[in-house]
Design a protein around this ligand. Structure first.
Ligand SMILES: Nc1ncnc2c1ncn2[C@@H]1O[C@H](COP(=O)(O)OP(=O)(O)O)[C@@H](O)[C@H]1O
Ligand SMILES: [Mg+2]
Length: 377
């Protein structure tokens, strides 16, 4: 927690300070409807140069629409897109300094790999030697040296996606927009590509705006994660902030598995859960106030019953390889999800212990409606 606060402080100082570079892209009060349904509602988002920003959220929450508005493929009903201080809301896609890689590779099947990569450069009427150099450079970047004359269908899915990225890179965009580019790949390939994208970002120094519904992918790659739901930004922050300090139940639930239990904040730094008093580090929630309490499965220590803050019985056990997954049922009927390298068999009485800084307190949503959209201000 201390480390996190320190990190947050640094960021806050940077934002307020004079050293920080100007935002590269600003979405200002973007609203967009399709057929009368609001898809993006007054969305504001700022992206800095060389930042890896991920838009993360469930299907249909407006990620692709946001990306298409940045790319110029869709125009907002209201609001502005600012790029490097200039209003580009009405500038067509090919005049914007960005390139998009979509989920489907969209390579031209009848062209060789070299011709695919050269496509944009030929339109720009670049010289043959310039284009050849660029092709070689881009293939090296994506680890596909010597693939110039291969045909598209002789490549695996992962290789095709890397070519799609190479094709975008040779245009030297300031920003690369990626819409679930790894969605069609299997797990192992996806992980390899994640590392490759991080390397590319570091080597090229370009800004990445990345769309995914996969929270693990977002946590692995991003400098900043923007969690979206139903057209609203739920929370924006570093992967650590989003994971460790979710601002509402939607974020907590969406980012990894969590125990979200009812609690009563007795006073600062003390919360009651199922009749037991847990020390925590949160303040300012008032006295005897109902709250939501988030505790990650890996942050629960199972101990002897008499050493625990709360007692329960192991009701489920699965071996997961790296750890055991257990379910511990407490007298209030709540089933706690616990991840631990220690195994406790089904039927065993256990104590639940949680370190104060592993307990995250959140305000309960004020109404059902608010819960749906997760406005928490
Ligand atoms: N061109 C369109 N016409 C009508 N509805 C659309 C169009 N594009 C997106 N939508 C709707 O807008 C909502 C958000 O879509 P999208 O931005 O693609 O979400 P995501 O990428 O997060 O899955 C969805 O309900 C989708 O059906
Ligand atoms: Mg989408």
């Amino acid at each position: 927690m201390g480390q996190l606060s320190a990190q947050f402080l640094t960021e806050a100082t940077e934002y307020g300070g004079f050293k920080m570079s100007q935002p590269l892209i600003d979405l200002v009060n973007i609203t967009k409807s399709f057929d009368g349904d609001i898809v993006l509602d007054d969305l504001c988002l700022s992206v800095k140069e060389n930042e890896f920003v991920t838009l993360l959220g469930p299907s249909g929450c407006g990620k692709t629409t946001t990306l298409r508005i940045i790319g110029g493929f869709e125009s907002p009903d209201q609001g502005k897109v600012i790029f490097g201080g200039k209003d580009i809301t009405n500038v067509p896609p090919n005049k914007r300094q960005l390139n998009t890689v979509f989920q489907k590779y969209a390579l031209f099947p009848h062209m060789s790999i070299a011709e695919n990569i050269a496509f944009g450069l030929k339109i720009k009427k670049k010289s043959k030697s310039y284009i050849d150099d660029k092709i070689r450079y881009a293939l090296k970047l994506v680890n596909l040296n010597g693939f110039e004359n291969r045909t598209v269908d002789s490549l695996s899915g992962g290789q095709q996606q890397r070519i799609a990225i190479a094709r975008a890179i040779v245009n030297e965009p300031k920003v690369l927009l990626l819409d679930e580019p790894l969605g069609a790949l299997d797990l192992k390939l996806r992980q390899d590509m994640q590392y490759e994208l991080i390397r590319l970002k570091n080597e090229l120094g370009i800004t990445f705006i990345y769309v995914t519904h996969d929270q693990e992918e977002a946590l692995t790659m991003s400098d900043t994660i923007v969690v979206m739901n139903q057209g609203y930004i739920q929370q924006m922050g570093s992967p650590e902030q989003i994971y460790n300090e979710p601002e509402n139940a939607f974020v907590a639930d969406f980012i990894g598995e969590s125990n979200i239990v009812d609690g009563i904040m007795l006073h600062d730094e003390l919360v009651e859960i199922a009749g037991a008093k847990f020390a925590c580090v949160d303040k300012g929630f008032g006295c005897r106030k109902p709250v939501d309490v988030v505790i990650r499965p890996e942050d629960i220590d199972l101990v002897k019953p008499e050493d625990g803050t709360l007692q329960g019985v192991v009701t489920h056990l699965i071996f997961k390889g790296v750890h055991y997954e257990m379910e511990v049922t407490t007298p209030d009927g709540y089933e706690w999800l616990v991840h631990s390298t220690d195994m406790f068999p089904v039927g065993e009485k256990v104590g639940i212990h949680v370190e104060p800084f592993d307990i995250q307190i959140m305000n309960k949503p004020a109404s059902e409606d608010e819960e749906a959209v997760g406005i928490d201000e």
